[in-house]
Each structure stands twice: as structure tokens, then as C-alpha cells.
Design a protein around this ligand. Structure first.
Ligand code: RFL
Ligand code: PHB
Length: 392
């Protein structure tokens, strides 16, 4: 088999790249380890920056997102039992965010890919990369009982943090930067009308709590837990009682409970590999970088990587020029590091540090939160990063 671009991974980055290339008449094959059912039901991100929505709309992929997504103009910071609204749009020149579940976006992208009639293989096994440093990389994998060899001009590594693409780059050719946080999140999807109109980030001495939403009937909630915790320790009753406690305010706000449909624990880490390229292999999305979810940046970074990669590949295939490909990694890393800083900042401001035995860090956090709630300059900094900030 031969194609122009072999795309490993059918998450948001792989599927969106495939579509953007298709719009430029560039051929690709998408290879995914999991089943369609699995990728369409993986509950993850929910906050899309306006730039992400604009990219999807320009690619003709946003019909359902524009119908069903919830446009938000603010978020709430909750601390010392009081609520403080950050007016994102007012503070960022009118930009907004849209709440739309990642699994819904993946369903839209899978459908769009299948409608183009181009190749998308699920349940691909034992994928390996060869000769990516040269002009004709080769991918080998099994699909059903067939052993396949796929030749291509370029490989797009869109296979997430645990994928094979990044691991195919020789260690001497990459530099890794990472930080593991001493906490994790219990994430919950509940069949109950959200008790809030905007995403709430709550700071509490027992750890962060968050209230997000998915639709008028579905709430998404998170609780800080230990990175060594297991979900079996979190009964539904314990989850609700922790959420009530950590989200409580003095003004009588009430959290509505409902059946829990899904719950899991997510580790929190920051990770970047540089450069995001090796020969003809280009990494995009979580395969190249991970942010802790507190800043809601992961999916948005994946989309901006892929937009840059699609432009660079188009310039190569359509105009025969390689300037944008040569700049791809440096271009993406500007935005990646801004998002890394913002995500680490939000994370460290809102979580209880396990080694904070005297409560010193806790007091610093409260002071910082008060400053953001009072100072327009501080709130503006949060807002412009939250809605997506481009370092020129
Ligand atoms: P994905 O989504 O991990 O997709 C990678 C795909 O590659 C496949 N794969 C392979 N395929 C073939 N062969 C192999 N050897 C393969 N190995 C892996 C995998 O099966 C998978 O289908 O990466 P992608 O496309 O780069 O997308 C990144 C996003 O998924 C991620 O950044 C976000 O979910 C992060 N994130 C959030 N981002 C936001 O922008 N806003 C948010 O509000 C937000 N909240 C979150 C989040 C992530 C979370 N978790 C669970 C990590 C909340 C949570 C709880
Ligand atoms: C979500 O809705 O899943 C969500 C919202 C904000 C975050 C992380 C996740 O920072």
C-alpha cells in the first residue's frame, strides 16, 4: 500500500488532520489501534477555545457543534466559600469558549472521514515505523489477519501520549521536559442537569473540586485525589459528599445529584518533547505534549498543531516548498509552552499540595485567588490565556 501521509491515531488530532489534508486534495491513511466504538465513547475534554471552533467551522466540521455546543462567556473561581466570576469575553476582546464533549467531536470527525471515502482502519495491531529519517518511511501493522506494509511520504504521529511514534525517535535526537504532579483527578459524568451555567473551579483545603457540564441533562465533575488512589475507593456516595463539601458556598448554592454514568482517575503531568519532528515523522497533539487538565488546553493544542501541520504539508504537496515543514516544531512550541505555563499555574493555584504541612501554600493560593478576583489586570491575564493566547 502507498499513500502521501500515514496518520497514526484516530483521536481528535489524527482525524482533523486527515480532513484538513483531504480539503487540499492530499491523500492519507488513518490507522487506529482501538475500535470505532471505543474512540467514540472515550470521555475526556470539554472546553473548546474560539480558535478551535473557528478551525472546525472553516473545515465544514462544526454543524452539530454549533447547534449543540454551549457557548460560555465566563468561568467561576470559588474559594473561601464565595463565588467570583471571571468575565472571559469582557476581558479578552469578546472571545468565548464552547463546551462540547470530545467524544461528540470525535463522532463528528469519524463520520466526516467516512463520508470522504478515504481510508480509516480501526483495530490495527503491532504497528511499527521504519525509515522515517529518509524520504520514504514504511509502516508495518496487522489488520484482521492481514500483515500490511504502508509506504508514504510523511508520517503524522497523532497517537497520543502512550503511542509508538514518539518512541520511534532515537533518544539522542529528542529532549524531554516533564513534571509529575503529586495529585490526580477523579472524573465523573452524571445524568443530572448542571447546577451551574458556567464552569466552576473550586479551591478547598481538602483539594480542588470542579463542576463542568456537557448538556442540559449531563454534568461533568472532578475531584482532586491522590495519584496512588484507585477508583474502587470512590463510591458514588463518597463522590457526592466530597463534591457537596468542597463546592459549598455561604450563599446557599445547591448541588443537584444524579446517577453516575462513568467515573475514572486521571494522572496529572506536564510533558514536552523537542523537537516535534524527526526526519519525515511529525508529532501532533498528546504524542508531543501533555498538560494537566486544569487549564483545559490539551485538545486545543492538538487542534492548533494539526492546523499548522496541514498548512505545512499543503505547502509541500501543492507548492513544492518546505519552509513551513522546517518551521513546524518551532511554530507549535511557542503555543505549547504558553499553554504549559498557564496549565501549571492554574494547577498549582487550585490544588492542595500534599507536602503543605503548615498551610503556607494554601494561604499563598488564597491570596492569589483574591488578587485575581479583585484586580482587572490579574483577571485579564487569566482570561486571555484561558480563551487561547497566541505568542506571535
Ligand atoms: P488522543 O485523543 O489520545 O488520541 C490518540 C489516538 O491514537 C491511538 N493510538 C494508536 N493507534 C494506532 N497504533 C498505536 N500504536 C496507537 N497508540 C495510540 C489511541 O487509541 C487514540 O485513539 O490524542 P490527540 O488526538 O492528540 O488528542 C488529545 C486530547 O485527547 C487531549 O489533549 C485532551 O483530552 C486533554 N483534555 C482536555 N483538553 C482540552 O483542551 N480541554 C479540556 O477541557 C480537557 N479536559 C483532558 C480533559 C483530558 C483528560 N484526560 C482523561 C486525559 C479532561 C481529562 C479528564
Ligand atoms: C471538562 O468539561 O471536562 C473540563 C472543563 C475544564 C477543565 C477540564 C475539563 O479545565
Amino acid at each position: 500500500m502507498r499513500t502521501q501521509v500515514a496518520i497514526v491515531g484516530a483521536g481528535p488530532s489524527g482525524l482533523l488532520l486527515a480532513h484538513l489534508l483531504h480539503l487540499q486534495g492530499i491523500e492519507s491513511v488513518v490507522l487506529e489501534r482501538q475500535s470505532r466504538e471505543y474512540v467514540e465513547h472515550r470521555v475526556r475534554a470539554g472546553v473548546l477555545e474560539q480558535g478551535t471552533v473557528d478551525t472546525l467551522r472553516a473545515a465544514g466540521l462544526a454543524d452539530r457543534l454549533l447547534r449543540e455546543g454551549l457557548v460560555h462567556h465566563g468561568i467561576e473561581l470559588r474559594f473561601t466559600r464565595h463565588a467570583h466570576r471571571i468575565a472571559l469575553s469582557e476581558l479578552s476582546g469578546g472571545r468565548s469558549i464552547t463546551i462540547y464533549g470530545q467524544q461528540e467531536l470525535v463522532k463528528d470527525l469519524v463520520r466526516a472521514r467516512l463520508e470522504t471515502g478515504r481510508a480509516l482502519y480501526f483495530q490495527v495491531a503491532d504497528l511499527s515505523l521504519d525509515q522515517v529519517a529518509g524520504p520514504e518511511p514504511v509502516l508495518r501493522f496487522r489488520h484482521g489477519d492481514r500483515a500490511v506494509e504502508l509506504h508514504c511520504d510523511f508520517v503524522a504521529g497523532c497517537d497520543g501520549f502512550h503511542g509508538v511514534c514518539r518512541k520511534s525517535i532515537p533518544a539522542s535526537e529528542q529532549q524531554v521536559f516533564h513534571y509529575d504532579y503529586p495529585y490526580a483527578w477523579v472524573g465523573v459524568l452524571a445524568a443530572v442537569a448542571p447546577s451551574t451555567d458556567e464552569v466552576i473551579y473550586a479551591h478547598h483545603e481538602d483539594g480542588l473540586a470542579m463542576h463542568s457540564l456537557r448538556s442540559p441533562e449531563l454534568s461533568r465533575l472532578y475531584l482532586q485525589c491522590s495519584p496512588h488512589d484507585v477508583i474502587a475507593h470512590w463510591s458514588d456516595d463518597r463522590i457526592w459528599s466530597e463534591l457537596h463539601r468542597r463546592l459549598a458556598t455561604d450563599d446557599g448554592w445547591v448541588l443537584q445529584e444524579g446517577p453516575i454514568l462513568e467515573k475514572s482517575i486521571t494522572a496529572m503531568r506536564s510533558f514536552v518533547v523537542e523537537p516535534m519532528q524527526y526526519g519525515r515523522l511529525f508529532l501532533a497533539g498528546d504524542s508531543a505534549h501533555i498538560v494537566p487538565p486544569t487549564g483545559a488546553k490539551g485538545l486545543n493544542l492538538a487542534v492548533s498543531d494539526v492546523r499548522a501541520l496541514a498548512d505545512a504539508l499543503s505547502e509541500w504537496f501543492v507548492h513544492g516548498r518546505d519552509e513551513l515543514l522546517a518551521q513546524y516544531s518551532a511554530t507549535c512550541l511557542q503555543r505549547v509552552w504558553r499553554a504549559q505555563h498557564f496549565s501549571a499555574w492554574m494547577t498549582q493555584m487550585l490544588h492542595r499540595a500534599p507536602d503543605d504541612s503548615t498551610g503556607f501554600m494554601h494561604r499563598l493560593q488564597v491570596s492569589h485567588l483574591r488578587y485575581i478576583a479583585q484586580s482587572r489586570a490579574a483577571a485579564t491575564s487569566l482570561a486571555e490565556n484561558y480563551v487561547g493566547y497566541d505568542l506571535a
